[in-house]
Each structure stands twice: as structure tokens, then as C-alpha cells.
Write a protein that binds this ligand. Structure first.
Ligand SMILES: C[S@@+](CC[C@H](N)C(=O)[O-])C[C@H]1O[C@@H](n2cnc3c(N)ncnc32)[C@H](O)[C@@H]1O
Length: 196
């Protein structure tokens, strides 16, 4: 993804902050730190490229260190896209707020709460990465995705069996895109979700 100098600087600062906070609160697996850019940031950038949001509200569930929520907020900082990061862990929420402040991302905000405990966010876009198996994610999406919204999920190599399992209880439209950063993994776009 071609990015402006300002965006590139924000990604560099984000990476610096992630590395600085990681030993204390384990935002990403320490084993992945040498490949932070490809394993995490580039992985999430695929999703921004595919979804290409031009406006509206983007909600990232279980953001952790901001993956993919902060990547969306940085990559879309010059668009009218508001990004809400839902994260129940207070220390991780403090990290997310620090990054938002240091990188000057006024359209991004943090909700330190449990996904299932807050009223519907009715979002145009909902994302999640490494949060829960698809059948459980479906209940979260059902609660927070607008009727005409799109969910963008980064899923590991087991994604096809998770889809089969989810289809037992939910109806939805699905597009899958092979991941360019992880063999066998996929980016799923889910829409028109309803309970069977
Ligand atoms: C395995 S981490 C993944 C973080 C990030 N999405 C990533 O890809 O690195 C899952 C995160 O979701 C948060 N989480 C798990 N269940 C949650 C819930 N019910 N409500 C809010 N946050 C939750 C955890 O605190 C944790 O930070």
C-alpha cells in the first residue's frame, strides 16, 4: 500500500510504542516482534486495502494492541472514517489511548468494555482478529453490525471449518480472500447476517 510520509511516520511511531509497551503488557507474542511489520501491520493493511472505507464508523472488537483497529485509523486518518476500538483490558486500553494521542488520531477512540456488555454500535464496518472462533464472533457481529454493514475478519488456516460450523446457526454472505502474509489464512468479508 502506497502511503504518505505522514502515514509512514505514524506507522513507525506505532511500531516504536508497541515495542516499548510489549514487555509489560504482552500486546503481541514476543516471538513475532522481529517481524512486527509483516506479521502484524502488513497483515492488517490487507484488510484496509480490501475494505477501502471512504467514510462511516469502523468498530474493531478485541483490539488488543490495536490490530487491526489502529492500523485502520492510521491508514484512513485523512478520510472521514471514525474508528472505535473495543477492548476490555484496562492496560491495553491505556496503550490504545496513548497511541491515539501520540499519533494525533482524533477520529479514533477507545471503549474499555466487554463487547457483549455494551449497547449495539450499529457500525458500517466491524473487524476482529484473533478474538474468537467464527461461531462466537457471529453473535458479536449480530449485535454490533448495521443491517447493511460489512464485517472484515482476519482468520487463520482453520477458517473453512469455522465457516461450516457458523453456517449451522447463521445465514450470511461470505467472500474470502487468501492472506498474502500467512499461508492458509484468509480475510473474510461477511454481510447480510441473520440467525437461522
Ligand atoms: C488474542 S487478543 C488479539 C488482539 C488483537 N486483535 C490482535 O490481533 O493482536 C484478544 C483481545 O481481545 C480482548 N477481548 C477478549 N474478549 C473480549 C470481550 N468479550 N470484550 C472486549 N475485549 C475482549 C482481550 O483483552 C485481548 O486484548
Amino acid at each position: 500500500m502506497n502511503v504518505s510520509r505522514e502515514t509512514a511516520e505514524r506507522f513507525t511511531l506505532y511500531e516504536t510504542l508497541l515495542r516499548r509497551w510489549n514487555p509489560k503488557i504482552n500486546l503481541v507474542s514476543p516471538a513475532t516482534l522481529p517481524d512486527l511489520r509483516t506479521r502484524h501491520i502488513d497483515d492488517c493493511l490487507q484488510l484496509v486495502r480490501l475494505a477501502d472505507p471512504q467514510g462511516g464508523e469502523w468498530v474493531d472488537l478485541g483490539s488488543g494492541g490495536g490490530l487491526p483497529g489502529l492500523v485502520v485509523a492510521i491508514a484512513c486518518a485523512d478520510r472521514p472514517v471514525t474508528v472505535k476500538l473495543v477492548e476490555s483490558d484496562q492496560r491495553k486500553a491505556a496503550f490504545l489511548r496513548t497511541v491515539i494521542r501520540e499519533l494525533d488520531l482524533p477520529r479514533a477512540s477507545v471503549l474499555c468494555a466487554r463487547i457483549e456488555g455494551i449497547k449495539s454500535l450499529n457500525a458500517a464496518y466491524v473487524s476482529a482478529r484473533a478474538l474468537a472462533p467464527l461461531p462466537r464472533l457471529m453473535a458479536y457481529l449480530d449485535h454490533h453490525l448495521a443491517a447493511d454493514g460489512q464485517a472484515w475478519l482476519l482468520k487463520g488456516a482453520q477458517w473453512q471449518s469455522e465457516v461450516e460450523e457458523a453456517r449451522r446457526h447463521w445465514k450470511f454472505d461470505l467472500f474470502s480472500y487468501p492472506s498474502e502474509t500467512q499461508h492458509g489464512a484468509a480475510i473474510l468479508r461477511i454481510s447480510r447476517l441473520s440467525h437461522e
